[in-house]
Design a protein around this ligand. Structure first.
Ligand code: OKP
Ligand code: ZN
Length: 353
């Protein structure tokens, strides 16, 4: 399987995130990607590429998923942050105030003049620091997703977009959960735009893919399925419940499979079987897998107990869907093991594909 990796990923390197009233070191670190890349090389798992960027085509692919005023905000955010106070150049940008929709006359059509207000308007948490290189890194990540999609459209059975920051929490006009551009959604939409009539997204990250769900919630042409920690106790909390089935034309085309913290591989597998049944019933023509490895037993911020060897089985089960597949790299914070776990999954897939 070809891997398209992001040569600019380390431009995004947050220092600290807010967690329960304290600033703690970021979990989402550049070494995560470096470990996956090294393991792909060590095990000679497929060819490695960096994406070729056609600026106009890339911006068009991003604009199919994200609102123009949001990408414009992201592109200029660092300069605006520093313009607020030159001393800001020494610290990452983090939001600290958010509008409450439907409360105190909040109007979503009026952009606040103050950058601190816009930083809150376009985000949902204070755990996702933004810095000088965030936009360049995230945009090149979208280029990886587009390149992986193109390789699948050209006939490859599967391809891997190896990039960070991750993407599945990013919505049409919001960042959060370490995510800025939704690479998996960009891939799914690019598959649709190339003529695939039905595309399924099967999110196996520990955290619910709230961004992806939001992007496709009212659509019947993209099925979104997510297996994740129950949002009543787990991040991102406000979406991901089993009764969220889609809206309007999209009713029946969103499937959430929340599982309690502590779930092991046997029960997780049963959820994956259900997810794959839904993909099959949908008659998808292509599959996008936001691949989080934070279901691992050693993950420092998550609560499932999959072992390293289990990822081989996950890869084989995903391959059994028999679909052209784009993988995007999402979570996985047991840094030293994330390479092994990711490549176990990809190798398992390739062996049965
Ligand atoms: C991003 B991805 C929990 C803190 C949660 C945010 C987690 C973002 C996960 N103790 N912080 O889905 O892996
Ligand atoms: Zn996650």
């Amino acid at each position: 399987m070809k891997t398209f990796h992001n040569p600019l990923h380390a431009l995004h390197q947050g220092r600290e995130e807010m967690f329960r009233g304290r600033m703690v070191p970021c979990h989402e670190v550049p070494a995560r990607l470096d470990y996956v890349l090294a393991e792909l090389q060590r095990r000679s798992q497929g060819e490695l590429f960096t994406p070729e960027v056609d600026d106009a085509a890339l911006d068009a692919a991003i604009a199919r998923v994200h609102a123009e005023r949001y990408t414009r905000f992201l592109a200029g955010a660092w300069d605006e942050w520093v313009a607020m106070d030159p001393a800001n150049a020494q610290r990452d940008a983090l939001p600290s105030v958010w509008p409450l929709p439907n409360r105190h006359g909040f109007r979503n059509d009026v952009l606040p003049a103050n950058f601190a207000a816009r930083l809150g308007l376009f985000s949902f948490d204070s755990g996702s620091p933004l810095m000088a290189g965030t936009w360049a890194a995230a945009r090149m990540g979208a280029a990886c997703a587009v390149a992986a999609t193109r390789s699948v459209l050209a006939g490859d059975r599967a391809a891997f977009a190896l990039t960070r920051p991750p993407g599945h929490h990013a919505g049409p006009d919001f960042f959060g959960g370490y995510c800025f551009l939704n690479n998996a959604a960009i891939a799914a939409q690019a598959l649709r735009d190339a003529g695939m009539t039905r595309v399924a997204v099967l999110d196996v990250d520990y955290h619910h893919g709230n961004g992806t769900q939001t992007i496709f919630y009212e659509r019947a042409d993209v099925l979104t399925v997510s297996i994740h920690g129950d949002p009543s106790t787990e991040y991102p909390f406000f979406l991901g419940h089993a009764d969220e089935r889609g809206d309007g034309a999209g009713v029946g085309f969103n499937l959430n499979l929340p599982l309690p913290r502590g779930t092991g591989f046997k029960d997780w597998c049963a959820a994956l079987e259900r997810a794959l049944d839904a993909v099959e019933a949908f008659d998808a023509q292509a599959l996008v897998v936001p691949m989080g490895l934070d279901t691992f037993e050693g993950d420092p911020i998550s609560g499932f107990t999959l072992g390293s060897g289990d990822y081989d089985t996950v890869g084989r089960m995903l391959a059994a869907a028999g679909l052209p597949t784009v993988f995007t790299f999402e979570g996985g914070y047991a840094v030293a093991e994330v390479g092994t776990n990711a490549v176990n999954l990809l190798e398992g897939f390739c062996r049965s594909a």
